[in-house]
Design a protein around this ligand. Sequence first.
Ligand code: USQ
Length: 392
Amino acid sequence: MKGNNILVTGADGVIGWPVCMRLALKYPDKTIIGIDNNERRRWVDECGSVSAIPIVSMEERCLAFEEVTGQSNILLIGDSIRKSLLKLLLSLRGIGTVVHLAAQPSAPYSMKYPLYTLRNNNDATLALIMAIKEVNPKIRLIETTTMGIYGTPPIEIEEDFYVIPEPEAFEFLPGHEHRNPTYAQRHKLPLTPFQGGSWYHRSKSYDASMLQFASFRYGIPTVDLRLGVVIGVGTAETKKDSRLATRFDFDFNFGVLANRFVAQALTGYPLTVYGEGGQTRGYISLEDTVQRIVNAVELSNNGYLPINILDKCYSVREMAQHVAKSHYGTEVQTVPNPRKELEDHYYHPSTSRMRKLLGEPKDSLDDVLKDAFTTLEPYKERIASHKEAFMK
Ligand code: USQ
């Protein structure tokens, strides 16, 4: 079994839990070992909110998965990411691939707790890199960073690199090609610079930089999935049984745009368009995100491979219009923007690498919204009783 199993960090998260289930079903002969310190549950609680869809404990999730599917190949460990623990898991559990999802992912929360966010996110990534390097640098590393590492630049957003041209003088040195075989690796700069607009996004650009360096220095095959805003209530697996549900946040800090708007519409709260509402981001459904992550396990790259992960782009205004159209009687309000960001800007990310290597996303925005409204209907009182968390 050596090198066969898969370690998933952040296994209790919105994306992590459905990724564990899909990997377990796709690879019944592998064990999916999930690790999570349960902090997401604490952060949302601290913000005075809850997951709109009730979720059970990690232990109950594992038992329910076994009961529903007849498979017992998910093992969840409630612990923090430390190099010593990771080394034990990587070597004793025969891990061949690590899917690193654990992070403090909220931009507003990171502006309140910058040091905590940087330490939490960057320490975990570095611990993982060093554990892989010390146990076996051939272990594949897949991390989800974010489209937000680029900010909102007035140029195309490409995940590729610019290689600084070699000084011409080198070309005249005898044996030059052999003297500098790693020139292109050493002098690669991101084609689109990293200009993230929050400490969370900056933490992820530092992660991306560490991943690139570690891949070059230690030879770790690495995929950096730069996720857009992930929306929707669940996946094929989470819908099989209420105990398999994944969390759905709608509060000011941890709820993402379309999800918040659906929760607001259901409770009769006017949709909160910040400022001019021209802020444009790339969106992708949770279902399509999980499938792209699972597909990335099969990639066979050697070096560092960044891939933008999103389907379509919408401005906040457009998203509000879609949600209002899907739910009769929804009001849209403009609120002073609590964030410092461009409210009207160019946004043009490339997605061709994702479409070529990981397949075309399938869900339309209308499918995602319809599914969210139907699934959340039974929980609208639960959301309404926490509606002060919408803007706090
Ligand atoms: N916004 C509103 N009204 C709201 C909430 C948000 O107008 O009620 C605006 C924000 O100001 C922002 C845009 O909607 O301009 C998107 O906000 P968001 O909270 O949905 O997304 P963001 O803060 O960018 O972060 C989220 C996830 C993060 C992920 C990122 C992908 O929290 O983990 O990395 O989306 S991306 O946006 O592509 O960077």
